[in-house]
Design a protein around this ligand. Structure first.
Ligand code: WTA
Length: 643
C-alpha cells in the first residue's frame, strides 16, 4: 500500500523531494501498486516535444489494483454503496468480492462480443453500479472506455461515438432523475442512426420503460451476464496504453477526446485520493459527481477503489424528493468524507438551513470542493453548516486534462484558506505568467496559470489529433502546459484560482465551450451569426448569455412576440444539440456583433455589457462597427431589472 503524508513538515519535505529527486519520489509511490513487470524508466520526454511518458516498460492492469489486490485482505469490505433516485427503493452494497465477480463476468461478456485490447467502447448510463462495472470491465480487457454523461443530447453522443469510432455502446433503457424520466435508449437509438462503427448495444434494464430493439444489434445485460463465467484473467497492458477517452470542451471547435493512459493515471489518482482526503480504512467516502465527468472517473471510481475505500454512488439529484435528501444520505450511511461542487453548496445555502434539521452530520470528518472557484460566503456556509466548524475543507483545483488534483490542501494536514486552493500537490510545479509568457517570479503575483513539468496523471494526447493537443496546451507559452485558468498567489504562496481566461464557461461546474454553443445556435434556420459570453450567476457560478443575429424583418406589431418565440427556439436548439446544461440564460436578438477589422467577434465587449458594466467596454473606436455597441448597450439595459 502507498504511504500517507501526515504532517505539514512531511508535506514540505515530500514536495521538495518530488521536484529535485522526482524519479525516485514517483518510483517509491508507484512501488505501492501491483505490477506484472516493473518499469524500465520512471519518466522520459517533456513539454518541448510533448512526448512525455511515465513508467515506460511497465506492465499491469489497473483493475487488478482496484479489485484483485484487495481480495486477500478485505474481500468482504463494501466497495460501492449505491443509493437510488427514489428514497423508497432499496439501495445496494457491493463488496470487493462481488464487484470483482461482476467485473470478471462482464469482461467475459465483452470478450464474447469480440471486444479486445485497443477497441473503443462508449458508455452512456445512469449513476448505477453497472456503470462502474462496465468501465472496469473495459479496463480489464484492455478496451478504451469513452463515457458520455447521461445528460448529453443524442447529437452529442453520436459525435463522440463517431470521433472515437466506438465498436460497442453500453446503455440503459432509461432512468429517473428526480421525478423526470430520462429515455436513454431512445436517445441512443437516435444517436446511432449515424454511427456505423457500433456493432452491438448492451442495454441494462433500469426503468423497464418500453424501448425498441434492433434484432442482431441490441442485447440485454442480464441475459448476457446469466451465462457468463466469473473467472477472468486480466489483460496485461503496457504502462502507456490508453485507459480512457473523455470528451471535454475547449475554446474552439468541437469537444476534444482527452486521452489518459494506464500506469501514470493509476499512480497519480490513487496517491492524490489517499493524501488529499486522508482516507482511513473504515471510512465511507461520497463524491457527488456523475461518473460521466472526470471527477467521477478519478474520485468516484478509480481513486477510491485503488485505495480499497468504500465509495458511495447516488443516482439522483440534490433536490429530490426535497432539499434534505443529501443530508439524509450522509446520516443513513454515516459518510465520513464528502466531496461536492460550489454550485451545489450555493443552492443549499439559498434554500435555507431548515433542510438540515433532523439530519445527523456528526459522521463527517472532511469536506471537499471541486469544479469552479468557491466564493468565501459559500466556503463559510459549508464550513459552519455542514462541517460544524470542525471538518477541514479541501478546495481541489484540477481539470479533465490533469487526470487528478493538482493544487489543494491535504485535509487537516496542510493549511486551508477560504477560496484558495492553496498549495501544489507533490510533483506539481505551478508558475504564473503574464500574457506575454513572462514568468511572474515574485511571491505575490497574478496572471495565467501554467505547469512547468509533467506529472504522471497528465493527459497524453487528444484522440487521433496530437497536433490539436500540442496547439491547445503547449504553444501559448513555450515549454509549459497552459491551464486556461487565471490565478493569484498571495504572500503565503497560496494559489487562488480566479476562473477561465479563455472561451470556456463553467455553468454549475459543467465545462462548456462558447464555440460549441454558438455552433448549436447557428443550426437554427433563422440564425445568421451568434456569440455567447458568460456572466456571473449567484448559484451556477456562471450563466450563458447569447447575442444572436437573425435573418429577415418582422412586422413591427409582431416583433416582440416573434422575438420571444425565436428566443425560445434558440434555447431549445442548444438543449437538443448539446444538452440542457448548455442552455443560454438569456438571448438577445441584435442587428450586428462588435467585430475587429479582421472580422473577429469582440466577446470581451459583449461580456462587459452583459455583466452590467457598459461603461467598461474600453476603446471601441478601432472596431469595424462601433455603432453596434450602443445598440447592444441599450437593449441589455432595457432588459435588466431596475436597480
Ligand atoms: C475549474 C473539473 C477553481 C477551472 C475537475 C478548471 C476550479 C476547470 C476548481 C476544469 C477549483 C476546477 N477552484 N476552479 N477548485 N476545480 N476548476 O475539466 O476553471 O470539468 O480549468 O475538471 O474547472 O474543469 P473540468
Amino acid at each position: 500500500m502507498i504511504s500517507r503524508i501526515t504532517s505539514y513538515d512531511q508535506y514540505k519535505t515530500a514536495y521538495e523531494r518530488s521536484l529535485y529527486d522526482a524519479d525516485n519520489f514517483w518510483a517509491e509511490v508507484a512501488a505501492g501498486y501491483h505490477w506484472r513487470k516493473m518499469w524500465d524508466r520512471v519518466h522520459s520526454g517533456g513539454f518541448e516535444k510533448v512526448d512525455y511518458k511515465w513508467f515506460e516498460g511497465a506492465r499491469l492492469n489497473i483493475t487488478v489494483n482496484c479489485l484483485d489486490r484487495h481480495l486477500e485482505s478485505f474481500a468482504d469490505k463494501t466497495a460501492i454503496i449505491w443509493e437510488p433516485n427514489d428514497p423508497d427503493e432499496a439501495g445496494r452494497r457491493l463488496s470487493y468480492r462481488e464487484l470483482h465477480r461482476e467485473v470478471c463476468k462482464f469482461s467475459n461478456v465483452l470478450k464474447q462480443l469480440g471486444v479486445t485490447k485497443g477497441d473503443t467502447v462508449c458508455i452512456y448510463m445512469p449513476m448505477i453500479p453497472e456503470l462502474a462495472v462496465a468501465m472496469l470491465a473495459c479496463a480489464r480487457v484492455g478496451a478504451i472506455h469513452s463515457i458520455v454523461f447521461g445528460g448529453f443530447s443524442a447529437q452529442s453522443l453520436s459525435g463522440r461515438i463517431q470521433d472515437a469510432e466506438c465498436k460497442l455502446l453500453i446503455t440503459a433503457d432509461g432512468f429517473y432523475r428526480g421525478d423526470k424520466a430520462v429515455h436513454l435508449k431512445n436517445m441512443a437509438d437516435e444517436a446511432l442512426q449515424d454511427c456505423p462503427s457500433i456493432k452491438n448495444v448492451i442495454i441494462y434494464r433500469r426503468s423497464n420503460a418500453e424501448i425498441s430493439i434492433m434484432a442482431g444489434r441490441d442485447l440485454f445485460w442480464d441475459q448476457l451476464m446469466a451465462s457468463a463465467s466469473d473467472q477472468h484473467e486480466a489483460e496485461i497492458m503496457d504502462a502507456e496504453d490508453p485507459l480512457f477517452i473523455l470528451y471535454t470542451s475547449g475554446s474552439t471547435g468541437k469537444p476534444k477526446g482527452v486521452v489518459h493512459t494506464t500506469a501514470g493515471y493509476m499512480v497519480y489518482v490513487g496517491y492524490t485520493f489517499l493524501n488529499v482526503f486522508q482516507y482511513r480504512e473504515h471510512e465511507v467516502y461520497w463524491c457527488t459527481a456523475d461518473i460521466g465527468w472526470i471527477t467521477g472517473h478519478s474520485y468516484v471510481v478509480y481513486g477510491p477503489l485503488l485505495n480499497g475505500a468504500t465509495t458511495l454512488m447516488y443516482e439522483g439529484i440534490p433536490a429530490y424528493p426535497d432539499w434534505s435528501r443529501w443530508w439524509k444520505i450522509i446520516s443513513k450511511y454515516s459518510v465520513d468524507i464528502f466531496y461536492t461542487a460550489p454550485t451545489a453548496i450555493r443552492s443549499f445555502q439559498a434554500q435555507g438551513e431548515e433542510h438540515l434539521q433532523g439530519a445527523d452530520l456528526s459522521s463527517l470528518r472532511l469536506l471537499g470542493s471541486v469544479g469552479e472557484p468557491i466564493n468565501e460566503e459559500a466556503w463559510e456556509w459549508y464550513h459552519r453548516q455542514i462541517g460544524k466548524e470542525h471538518c477541514p475543507i479541501v478546495d481541489t483545483w484540477w481539470q479533465t486534462e490533469t487526470g487528478g488534483i493538482l493544487i489543494t490542501s491535504l485535509g487537516g494536514v496542510t493549511p486551508a484558506k477560504p477560496s484558495f486552493a492553496t498549495l501544489p500537490f507533490p510533483g506539481i510545479e505551478p508558475v504564473i505568467v503574464d500574457t506575454n509568457g513572462v514568468l511572474q517570479n515574485d511571491l505575490v503575483a497574478e496572471g495565467n496559470l501554467c505547469i512547468r513539468r509533467s506529472w504522471p496523471g497528465q493527459a497524453r494526447t487528444v484522440y487521433k489529433d496530437h497536433d490539436r493537443f500540442i496547439k491547445t496546451y503547449f504553444t501559448t507559452y513555450r515549454g509549459m502546459y497552459f491551464t486556461g485558468d487565471g490565478c493569484r498567489r498571495d504572500d503565503d504562496g497560496f494559489y487562488r484560482i480566479t476562473g477561465r481566461v479563455d472561451d470556456v464557461i463553467k455553468v454549475s461546474g459543467h465545462r462548456i465551450g462558447t464555440a460549441e454553443v454558438e455552433s448549436a445556435i447557428n443550426e437554427h434556420p433563422d440564425v445568421v451569426e451568434s456569440a455567447v459570453v458568460p456572466i456571473p450567476h449567484e448559484i451556477k457560478g456562471e450563466a450563458i448569455i447569447a447575442f444572436v443575429i437573425c435573418r429577415g424583418e418582422n412586422e413591427a406589431t409582431d416583433q416582440a412576440r416573434a422575438m420571444q418565440q425565436l428566443e425560445h427556439e434558440v434555447i431549445q436548439t442548444v438543449s437538443k444539440t448539446v444538452g440542457p446544461i448548455a442552455k443560454p440564460e438569456k438571448v438577445y436578438m441584435v442587428s450586428g456583433l462588435p467585430k475587429t477589422r479582421s472580422g473577429k467577434i469582440m466577446r470581451r465587449i459583449l461580456r462587459k455589457i452583459a455583466e452590467g458594466h457598459p461603461d467598461q467596454t474600453g476603446d471601441i473606436s478601432t472596431l469595424l462597427n462601433p455603432e453596434i455597441v450602443d445598440e447592444i448597450k441599450r437593449m441589455v439595459a432595457a432588459s435588466m431589472p431596475a436597480k
